[in-house]
Design a protein around this ligand. Structure first.
Ligand code: F6R
Length: 605
């Protein structure tokens, strides 16, 4: 979470570059933002609560506020600006908790992403030494810790010492009033350096697209590494080994994916509609790569499939698909729960990680645990330049394209498609799997039309004011019921819960009263009879049954038709729920692209 963007170079509009860079990173956090700008040994700071995308930089505004960009006269002077878009962890959403954070005399200023786990201990120690704090954040403590070391050490050495004392994950960029250095350090949270065309110009950001308009030359900072930019040059230091290191500049051929909304009012609905194409791209996944991973699964002594949130639900579907199609048991775990499985890992185990961003801290930590045991790592990711892709042994890209809305939609169905293909490949049926997915993509293309949206809108209008709703499914559609609940919760803010159909009678059925909406996911599979009787149990207690199914059944009060796609039913069943969630968000006047309290990339544990 949180986006970092910093600039070092001669461009006179450094704050503007940082503000625009932060706008690209807003998906990482959007409750407040701030920038600091260094000019003539003075540091100016500007912070605001709210979304940076609503902000247009205005020189006059900056002149009259805390940043003056009019002060720099010498066009050759190096300009340094650091910025941050926040997703609150420590302390509420206030201007004083927004980054950058600084010491009292604004001597040391920094932006930070991650969690400084032992900050309270360190804060108490610093308070005893006379440091005063003005925010509730862990980040402010880092600034003071560096300042404390600066009493006896250089800025650079003080950061090295501070890094030894910080427990947890971090990525930060720091500047000091009387230093010409821009120093960055990373452990667990992403930080990438863009090397400008003139080579004496640098960008330091949480993600590459933020600086792609300026350069495609990148240096990936790895964990426990620090970069020092000074006098137009960059150096690197390994914080663990305690020595200088060399790093390679990599030229990437990533196009700037200018996700524009086009004719759509929101990214979420645009991305839902893009599933007409994205599924085709997933079906065209490299067959050799799929076969290679299938062989790894076949020979592994235990395969673990790991992800978080929506990606976690996709992994759960994978468990069912492998059982039904490949007759193979694989073990699912959420990233945050994976450490409990570590006792079963050996160097013959295999781990498959599923992630849109490739930056989810819980999944990355699961990989660290697995790697310590010598486990081979396969990742199924959308962002191919992500940390996860770089630390995995094999990467299957899902090619869904930039997903901007916080609620995952097109990445979800592409991940499901790749897992379906893998399950078929494990059973020697990759061609059959591809054909199934190509047919499914074609049917989704026919399904996604304005009439279909209008039909779901009728339902959305009917249920938009309910307090709670439930979703039931069985077999591979049980995790889809859980995923449907996430989608509804995230953007509509309606209380929604998913259940395995058979579990209702063991407790949750007590929640059903007159007209409680219950969505039943009814595929034409071996669970059909049972899920229909579960729906009937709900109806008998007054529930309003919304059936998502290829056929209309008597028990349904409202039928949403989906194509009959056999093993690909999880893919088609989630799509109408994505549309319904979006429509409920709009009807309830929520922002479906940037829902409250969330961020697209969850880089804290
Ligand atoms: C929900 C959603 C999240 C993510 C989760 C993992 O719509 O998007 O639940 O699925 O945070 O993110 P990735 O896939 O980037 O690892």
């Amino acid at each position: 979470m949180c986006g970092i963007f910093s600039y070092y170079g001669k461009k006179h509009n450094a704050p503007e570059i940082v503000v625009e860079g932060l706008k690209c990173l807003e998906y990482r956090g959007y409750d407040s933002w701030g920038i600091a700008y260094k000019s003539n040994d003075k540091i100016f700071i500007h912070k605001k609560v709210g979304k940076i995308s609503d902000y247009t930089i205005n020189k006059d505004h900056f002149r009259s506020s805390e940043i003056s960009i009019g002060e720099v006269e010498d066009p050759n002077e190096i300009k340094i600006s650091i910025g941050h878009s926040r997703w609150a962890t420590h302390g509420g959403v206030t201007k004083s908790n927004a980054h950058p954070h600084f010491t009292e005399d604004k001597d040391i200023v920094l932006v930070h992403n991650g969690i400084f786990e032992n900050y309270l201990e360190v804060k108490a120690f610093l308070q005893k030494k006379g440091h005063n704090f003005h925010s509730d954040t862990d980040t402010e403590v880092i600034a003071h810790l560096i300042a404390e070391h600066c009493k006896t050490h250089s800025f650079e050495d003080s950061i090295k010492l501070a890094c030894k004392e910080i427990e947890g994950r971090y990525a930060f960029v720091a500047i000091k009033k009387d230093s010409k250095q821009l120093i960055s350090a990373r452990k667990g949270s992403p930080l990438i350096i863009g090397v400008g065309k003139n080579e004496d110009e640098y960008y330091v950001a949480s993600d590459i697209p933020a600086f792609l308009p300026y350069t495609n030359k990148v240096i990936y900072l790895d964990d426990n590494q620090m970069s020092i930019i000074e006098d137009g040059k960059i150096r690197f230091y390994d914080l663990e080994k305690g020595k200088d290191i060399e790093k390679r500049i990599i030229e990437i051929d990533l196009d700037i994916e200018h996700a524009e909304k086009g004719e759509f009012p929101h990214f979420m609905i645009k991305e839902i509609m893009e599933q007409k194409d994205t599924l085709h791209r997933a079906c065209n996944a490299n067959s050799e790569l799929i076969e290679q991973v299938a062989n790894e699964i076949k020979k592994a002594f235990g395969t673990y499939i790991v992800g978080c949130g929506t990606a976690g639900k996709v992994c759960m579907v994978g468990e069912y698909l492998f059982s039904a199609i490949a007759k193979k048991h694989i073990n699912f775990s959420f990233g945050s729960e994976f450490s409990c499985h570590k006792h079963f890992l050996t160097d013959k185990s295999l781990m498959i990680c599923v992630s849109q961003s490739g930056e989810t801290a819980d999944t990355l930590e699961a990989i660290e645990i697995a790697k310590e045991k010598g486990v081979k790592i396969v990742s199924i990711v959308n962002v191919e330049s992500s940390t996860m892709a770089r630390i995995s042994d094999i990467v299957i890209p899902i090619k869904a394209g930039l997903e901007k809305a916080v609620a995952s939609t097109k990445a979800t169905t592409s991940q499901l498609a790749i897992l379906t293909l893998l399950a078929y490949a494990c059973n020697g049926g990759i061609h059959e799997g591809k054909q199934l997915l190509i047919d499914t993509a074609g049917q989704i293309n026919d399904m996604l039309n304005p009439r279909y949206e209008g039909y779901i809108m009728e339902l959305a209008k009917r249920i938009k004011d309910v307090e709670s709703m439930y979703i039931i499914g069985r077999g591979s559609n049980y995790p889809i019921a859980l995923e449907a609940a996430i989608k509804l919760q995230e953007v509509s803010y309606i209380h929604a819960e998913g259940f395995a159909g058979g579990e209702l009678k063991h407790g949750p059925i007590a929640l059903i009263s007159e007209n409680t909406p219950v969505i039943a996911l009814v595929a034409n599979d071996e669970c059909k009879k049972e899920i229909l009787s579960n729906a009937m149990e709900v109806k008998s207690r007054g529930g309003y049954i919304i059936g998502v199914s290829p056929d209309n059944h008597e028990v349904f009060d409202y039928w949403i038709k989906v194509p009959d796609t056999g093993d690909a039913s999880p893919i088609v069943n989630i799509i109408p729920i994505q549309i319904l969630s979006y429509q409920l968000a709009v009807l309830r006047k929520n922002d479906p692209d940037q829902p409250r309290n969330l961020a697209k990339s969850v880089t804290v544990k």
